[in-house]
Write a protein that binds this ligand. Structure first.
Ligand SMILES: C[S@@+](CC[C@H](N)C(=O)[O-])C[C@H]1O[C@@H](n2cnc3c(N)ncnc32)[C@H](O)[C@@H]1O
Length: 272
């Protein structure tokens, strides 16, 4: 009797030819450093512009935090800044972006100061950006009210370590939001999407970016990545609470949100 394929849970991303976490991380960094010039255009072409909608929906959902002028928000793996900028324009919170690919950050900075070319409207200030590895962040414990990451978390070399590092820098009661691709269920539309994602997208992406490896890596990394309930349970075991996930666009994208448990109030009752 044929056995059903069993998916072993991924510990972290593993681009082709890499064996250790350090190699995986370096390969991811090189890949994004290389494709930065064509990254935005290809995102919008390959997703038929729907990627803008996913980030806008994420920002809308997080508006109660973003509207607070005292809130500090980190957009991790911010790349060229599209989510960070959507968050900035959705409220008054202070937004910081972090990524380890310098060329992506250069583009994020340039985009962040683009004004609307209206004579009396000052151009926006540059987005504060940190060149940093998501697994070793240069921020103090309990610093942020919200940490977001869009299409970046899947690329970490160790998912559990990534969740712990985000947990460390979140304030008690702070929110994590992970927007990621996911594999749609079987069925006509799911299978059609899979054909597009695994066959058509790598060809167009490779052709337009000149880096076919990066666009072959994309569908492979998504198929190794967690299904939404699996990611939710990893987040729960990393200490997050109030877990929720929503799936969008034929279940090809998921937004997970959760909260770092608020510190228990100190008891005035002392035990001996
Ligand atoms: C697919 S892009 C997403 C960029 C952006 N968030 C967006 O929505 O378009 C993934 C980004 O994650 C960054 N990244 C991957 N692993 C990282 C790590 N360990 N530390 C910091 N950045 C990382 C890459 O450099 C890249 O810019």
């Amino acid at each position: 009797m044929a056995k059903a394929a069993v998916r072993s849970p991924a510990k972290g991303t593993q681009p082709e030819g890499t064996h250790t976490e350090a190699e995986a991380s370096q390969k991811v960094r090189e890949m994004f450093t290389e494709i930065a010039p064509s990254y935005d255009a290809l995102n919008h072409i390959l997703s038929l512009q729907i990627d803008r909608l996913w980030r806008a929906r994420t920002a809308k959902l997080l508006r109660p935090i973003l509207e607070r002028p005292d809130a500090l928000v980190l957009d991790l793996c911010c790349g060229t800044g599209d989510l960070a900028l959507a968050l900035r324009s959705s409220g008054k919170a202070r937004i910081i972006g972090a990524d380890f690919a310098h060329t992506m950050l250069v583009r994020a900075r340039a985009k962040s100061i683009l004004g609307h070319s209206q004579p009396l409207t000052p151009d926006p200030p540059p987005l504060p950006l940190a060149e940093a590895d998501a697994l070793r962040l240069p921020f103090a414990d309990s610093s942020f009210d919200l940490v977001t990451t869009a299409f970046g978390f899947r690329n970490l070399a160790n998912y559990e370590a990534g969740l712990c590092e985000i947990h460390r820098i979140l304030k008690p009661g702070g929110t994590i939001a992970i927007l990621e691709f996911t594999e749609p269920p079987a069925g006509l539309l799911g299978n059609l999407y899979r054909w597009y994602f695994r066959t058509v997208l790598p060809r167009i992406g490779g052709w337009l970016s000149g880096d076919s490896a990066a666009y072959t890596y994309l569908p492979k990394s998504v198929s190794r990545f967690f299904r939404p309930p699996e990611l939710a349970s990893l987040m729960a075991s990393a200490g997050y609470t109030s877990l929720e996930f929503r799936v969008w666009t034929l279940e090809t994208v998921a937004l997970h949100t959760a909260v770092k448990r608020a510190a228990a109030p100190k008891s005035s009752h002392q035990t001996r």
